[in-house]
Design a protein around this ligand. Structure first.
Ligand code: IMP
Ligand code: MG
Length: 169
């Protein structure tokens, strides 16, 4: 059974608010949004549909989880071409920051390509779970130490298609 934690309406309202904040920050300068597959895909679609500025979309794929346990070891499964990053404003879109290992890896990987600027935007943040010293620049919701699914997030590849965020009971 899934217990609803954040409704679709709350999520979409917050994403719209965030897209406006980002537009205020970047104005009409081009921004490359990097969606991390697969979890951030719903978040990226919703944010980009609402974003009024000049946006590009790229994808990256990393993995570190199996079931509901983080292995701590981050692997890159789909890379990105340096020419799409170098000297550009870049925003990494994450579904959730948990231990922080994934984000640390992603930040290093993209920074090495010398973007003009780099920010991290996450849908969810589980701050109390952090194992490495890293923070997102923007997060939509801070949540407690719960394993959540829906709105792109999975438990063993299941429940990504739930339109809301819930906790598996
Ligand atoms: P980190 O490297 O521990 O910060 O883990 C980040 C990744 O683990 C996220 O991008 C998710 O794919 C996955 N993850 C962490 N917590 C959850 C959760 O509560 N539900 C689903 N996936 C999660
Ligand atoms: Mg992820």
């Amino acid at each position: 059974m899934i217990k609803k934690l954040i409704s679709e309406k709350e999520i979409n309202t917050r994403i719209k608010e965030l897209s406006n904040e980002l537009y205020t920050e970047y104005g009409n300068e081009e921004v490359v949004f990097i969606c991390t597959l697969k979890g951030a895909v719903f978040f990226a679609c919703e944010l980009l549909k609402k974003y009024k500025g000049d946006a590009r979309l790229e994808f990256l794929r990393v993995s570190s989880y199996s079931g509901d346990k983080s292995s701590g070891k981050v692997e890159l499964n789909l890379s990105i071409s340096e020419k799409n990053i170098k000297d550009k404003h870049v925003i990494i879109l994450e579904d959730i920051v948990d231990t922080g290992h994934t984000l640390k890896f992603l930040k290093g990987y993209i920074s090495d390509m010398k973007p003009k600027s780099l920010k991290i935007v996450t849908l969810l943040d589980k701050k109390e779970r952090r194992e490495v010293d890293i923070e997102a620049d923007y997060s939509c919701f801070e949540i407690e130490d719960l394993f959540v699914v829906g709105y792109g997030l999975d438990y063993d590849q299941k429940y990504r298609n739930l339109p809301y965020i819930g906790v598996v009971k």
